[in-house]
Design a binder for this molecule. Structure first.
Ligand code: NI
Length: 253
């Protein structure tokens, strides 16, 4: 079985500095069929593309994360646009809103909306980060109607239904295996499997029984097993269907 598609990873992170290429070599020869590495700045977007060019089954999302948004971000979008022209760029991301951090909301919204416009102009999907910003995220997505994924989904079942209605996908990761994952479990019960994709957000959010340790794409099997229980299916079926969804949303394969 080689059906793990990790729709959201950060292998540029320094947590992987000691063994990045050995780990990726092993994952791709073992259980993983695809990874999309997410940019958060111009530098990590470039690094995501470097990784994507090193591995056939690795792709890049390029973009500026809300937590990294500053007064230079809007002028940097011309560079993001150049990176987006690379054939291994699968999406604009990771973009969105993060109201947990102190970056001014107006700046975050301006950078988010400009990148949604860029994605639509280039006919690329987006990967959306939403932390404590559900209302504004939904309003802005309804306005721009991008294709793509709302990653590490933390909203309600009502919000999930709205996202699915917009034709977007819900990204789920290690959080669904946590004991306190009541909300995520409700969402998974509700949404059709055709709207679900799997992710790690590695090095963070490792599933149980690895919670707190460094995460990697191979551990998606544990997330798939939790989802399989909720849906009354096998983990293999979950992996196969979510892989197909991932390839569809990212236009791969
Ligand atoms: Ni991320």
């Amino acid at each position: 079985m080689k059906d793990i598609f990790d729709t959201h990873a950060h292998y540029d992170d320094s947590a992987f500095d000691g063994d990045r290429y050995e780990l990726l070599d092993r994952l791709f020869s073992d259980t993983v069929c695809g990874i999309v590495n997410q940019g958060t700045t111009v530098a990590t977007s470039r690094f995501s593309l470097e990784l994507a060019h090193r591995y056939d089954n690795m792709y890049a999302a390029v973009g500026i994360h809300p937590e990294c948004a500053d007064e230079n971000s809007l002028s940097q979008l011309s560079i993001i646009k150049e990176l987006a022209a690379d054939k291994k760029t699968a999406a604009i991301g990771e973009i969105g809103l993060d109201y947990y951090y102190d970056v001014p909301k107006d700046l975050q919204k301006a950078v988010f909306e400009a990148q949604l416009e860029l994605a639509n102009e280039l006919s690329l999907p987006v990967t959306v980060h939403d932390r404590e910003a559900h209302g504004d995220i939904l309003e802005i997505l309804k306005k721009h109607k991008p294709k793509g994924i709302v990653h590490c989904f933390s909203g309600s079942r009502e919000m999930a239904a709205e996202i699915v209605k917009l034709g977007m996908y819900i990204g789920m990761g290690g959080v669904v295996t946590f004991k306190n994952a009541r909300k995520a479990v409700e969402v998974i019960k509700d949404i059709p499997l055709e709207a679900l994709v799997l992710e790690t957000d590695c090095p963070y959010l490792a599933p149980v029984p690895y919670r707190g340790k460094r995460n990697d794409s191979g551990l998606i099997i544990n997330t798939a097993e939790s989802i399989a229980q909720i849906k009354g299916m096998t983990a293999e079926e979950i992996l196969r269907i979510t892989r197909r969804n991932a390839e569809k949303v990212y236009n791969i394969g």
